[in-house]
Unconditional design. Structure first.
Length: 395
């Protein structure tokens, strides 16, 4: 698709006939090709058996690795592991790093709770230290502050590319340059960014990148992936191994496989794996740049409309903003707004302190409405959503 055909994209998306979906940061609506192939794998399993279906659709399952590598511009398909979700993908890489007492893990103010919990657990176990790099004047990780903190004890820089609680897009390429100059490991949580903005692991310069299928990539739930740079794979032993990740070569010895699939396990969601590959293909067909430009324009329109309401305030930080719009309206509880939208079949969510405590507490925020648009949304849908809030204020 050289230019986005919104009518076709919406016709391709069965959910668009039922709901106004502003919850893409939770889970995007699957396009028909993804839905059909995912269901096709399940149908085949039910018809001929699970093992037999995996063998029959082996080429499609293997294609997923190529599709992911192409989507994120990985140099080798051997750098890709398919894992059940972004959090588990992140954990499989993170927990394989051999931290020592005094090692520092640097992260961002906007870091996601699951990641922070992992950092804190490892610090408690190993004596490593978690250090939060403060923001610059735009609300993104300060590159200058990061540079001043790069000493011989820094073992890992790890952060979310796009946080769960706002439109901020972190400057991951500039952060990667700092990591490379200091020769420290660099991990990116791309859970919200893959499918939303262009993601190029070679440009970012990361050693690890974890992502999910279900959000902006519009794939099925229960599937995700991990990228591990080929140069570091051999140095990492996953904390969990099975007969897929390793081979039992003697009664007292095993050998770990040489590629990123050492982070996988034998049993997986095969239907989700097929759907993930199709979702990558579909995203590439639509065009990542075109799709991103469209959704970011819609998000900017939504921010402007919210700010025009009496007491309306958006809370998205950063020089570059994506498709997640977080806001509050004076006199209205965020849950009340989400409930009113739900009555009109408008899907959205809220974001609270428990997900991004560093950021929310620093800004004195407890809960916000989180409306996350995609390229298949329309201006009319935004107008309808904002109109409902306006009506609530007029009561």
């Amino acid at each position: 698709m050289a230019e986005l055909d919104i009518t076709r994209l919406r016709e391709d998306t069965p959910g668009c006939t039922h709901v106004t979906h502003l919850n893409n940061a939770g889970a995007g609506l699957m396009p028909r090709p993804v839905l059909e192939e995912t269901k096709g794998m399940l149908d085949l399993e039910a018809t001929i058996g699970g093992y037999e279906a995996a063998a029959a659709w082996g080429d499609k399952l293997e294609h997923t690795y190529d599709a992911i590598a192409k989507l994120i511009n990985a140099e080798h398909r051997e750098e890709i592991a398919v894992i059940e979700n972004a959090t588990r993908a992140f954990d499989m890489a993170f927990y394989s790093i051999d931290f020592k007492p005094g090692d520092k893990i640097l992260t961002s103010v906007s870091e996601y709770a699951s990641n922070v919990i992992s950092y804190l657990q490892v610090c408690k176990r190993t004596g490593a230290e978690l250090v939060v790099v403060h923001n610059d004047e735009h609300g993104q990780m300060s590159i200058e502050a990061l540079k001043t903190m790069m000493d011989e004890d820094v073992r890992l820089i790890s952060l979310s590319h796009i946080p769960t609680n706002g439109g901020l897009v972190q400057p991951v390429q500039e952060i990667g340059e700092v990591a490379r100059q200091a020769d420290v490991l660099y991990m990116v949580d791309a859970c919200q960014s893959v499918g939303q903005v262009p993601v190029d692991v070679q440009e970012i310069g990361c050693d690890f990148l974890a992502a999910t299928s279900r959000k902006y990539l519009r794939g099925p739930r229960g599937s995700g992936f991990l990228y591990v740079n080929k140069s570091v794979i051999a140095d990492l032993e996953p904390v969990l191994l099975d007969l897929h990740a390793a081979t039992w070569v003697a009664p007292d010895r095993y050998e770990i496989r040489e590629d990123a699939r050492r982070f996988e396990n034998w049993e997986t969601n095969f239907a989700g794996k097929v759907g993930l590959g199709v979702a990558c293909d579909y995203a590439m067909e639509v065009g990542i740049e075109a799709g991103s430009e469209r959704l970011r324009t819609l998000a900017a329109t939504l921010r402007s409309e919210i700010e025009s309401l009496p007491g309306g305030k958006t809370h998205d930080l950063g020089l570059v903003k994506g498709g997640i719009v977080t806001f509050t309206v004076e006199g209205l509880d965020p849950d009340e707004i989400v409930a009113a939208w739900a009555e009109e079949k408008i899907n959205a969510n809220t974001s609270g302190t428990r997900s991004t405590r560093f950021d929310m507490e620093q800004r004195g925020l407890e809960k916000m409405v989180r409306a996350s648009v995609h390229y298949y949304n329309t201006e009319d849908e935004i107008e309808k959503a904002v109109g409902i809030i306006d009506g609530m204020l007029s009561r």
